[in-house]
Design a protein around this ligand. Structure first.
Ligand SMILES: NC(=O)C1=CN([C@@H]2O[C@H](COP(=O)(O)OP(=O)(O)OC[C@H]3O[C@@H](n4cnc5c(N)ncnc54)[C@H](O)[C@@H]3O)[C@@H](O)[C@H]2O)C=CC1
Ligand SMILES: C[N+](C)(C)CC(=O)CC(=O)[O-]
Length: 330
């Protein structure tokens, strides 16, 4: 299949199939509904439809506050009885089944067999390279990774990357489609384990596990260290621009010359910690303490409100800066 043989442009997509409707699949459903798409979902778990509709209802007020696309409605969600029916009429398929390689391999082959031939199929995998997941598909050229962030209905980023047998047009088409659907897209030219954002997150996470394993910090201290420290800056400048400012007038060059030798000390500790049963239990107990009885529903509502507050504050500042720039030009 070539790009030329495709008829549907990314901005003309009307119906999205979401295969797997848990935390991420359900979040994708809420996102696509809010952007005005028709969504057909399928999930084999008993009770999945109720849980999905509850997730969408809980997310909807946040999405309404952010602004719904014209025609957006929860009534545009259909839950299909079979996988084949879910994908048969889709213009795009987003797979969000559990993170097990053998399951992804067979499920993507099944979706590939049932979806119309011109349709791009994306996997939400948080780490498997598409090269390893597309091995049983008969048209692997249209399979891509579209890695979202939780919750996909609020966090803009999607990382898009193909496998060795993915055709370039599919990567480009998926990137354009996600942009049309309101996402911020990183299109990757090569497969990296963990893509880009998870590589960075996992480095911080690995150190958090080290510190708990060695009794160096509590779960509470680790979370506070991020929310009241670097996390605040990372919402608008990434780690590179943040450290550029740490170098004063000398910028990144001075920062590296000044702090580089001293940073070698923590770098020597960056081996992977072993996830022992003790470490697992310490992480769970420490997290339970921080959660201190709040339900997931309560935590999700708190997270979404805060995330919207940050996004709104940043949009407000960006608008003020744009107005100042245009005033300065006149
Ligand atoms: N949870 C997270 O923070 C993130 C997860 N992801 C990725 O999203 C995918 C889904 O993860 P979660 O939503 O967290 O898992 P989850 O466990 O919440 O949801 C998985 C859903 O898939 C369903 N399922 C089971 N077998 C299936 C099958 N054969 N076909 C279709 N659906 C099936 C389950 O019933 C469940 O509802 C994974 O690939 C994961 O790596 C990506 C980014 C973030
Ligand atoms: C926990 N996780 C590795 C599955 C997380 C992600 O992949 C992205 C996110 O939401 O942070």
């Amino acid at each position: 299949m070539t790009e030329q043989s495709r008829t549907l442009a990314p901005q003309d997509v009307r119906t999205v199939a979401c295969v797997g409707a848990g935390v991420i699949g359900g979040g994708w459903v809420a996102h696509f509904l809010a952007r005005g798409y028709r969504v057909v979902a399928w999930d084999p778990a008993p009770g999945a439809e109720r849980a999905l509709r509850d997730l969408v209802s809980a997310a909807w007020p946040s999405l309404a506050r952010l602004g719904l696309a014209e025609g957006a409605a929860t009534a545009n969600l259909t839950v299909a009885p079979t996988l084949a029916e879910a994908v048969a009429g889709a213009d795009f398929v987003q797979e969000s089944a559990p993170e097990r390689l053998e399951l992804k391999v067979s499920l993507l082959a099944e979706i590939d067999a049932a979806a119309p031939p011109h349709v791009v199929v994306a996997s939400s995998t948080s780490g498997y390279p598409m090269t390893r997941m597309q091995v049983e598909a008969s048209t692997p050229g249209r399979l891509v990774v579209g890695h979202p962030f939780n919750p996909p209905y609020l966090v803009p980023l999607v990382e898009v990357v193909g496998g060795e047998r993915t055709e370039r047009w599919a990567v480009e088409w998926a990137s354009d489609f996600y942009r049309a659907a309101g996402k911020s897209v990183i299109t990757m030219d090569r497969e990296l384990p963990g893509f880009i954002a998870n590589r960075i997150q996992e480095a911080a996470w690995r150190e958090a596990l080290h510190m708990v394993a060695n009794d160096e910090a509590t779960v509470e201290q680790i979370d506070l260290a991020m929310t009241d420290g670097p996390g605040l800056r990372w919402a608008f400048f990434g780690p590179c621009l943040t450290f550029h400012l740490a170098g004063g007038e000398g910028g990144m060059a001075h920062m590296l010359d000044h702090f580089g030798p001293a940073l070698k000390y923590p770098w020597t500790r960056l081996a992977s910690p072993e996830l022992t049963a003790e470490l697992r239990d310490a992480m769970v107990a420490g997290t339970d303490e921080v959660v201190s009885g709040r339900s997931n529903t309560e935590l999700i509502a708190q997270r979404d409100r805060r995330m919207i507050a940050v996004m709104r504050a940043l949009a407000e500042v960006a608008a003020e800066e744009a107005a100042e720039r245009s005033e300065a030009r006149t």
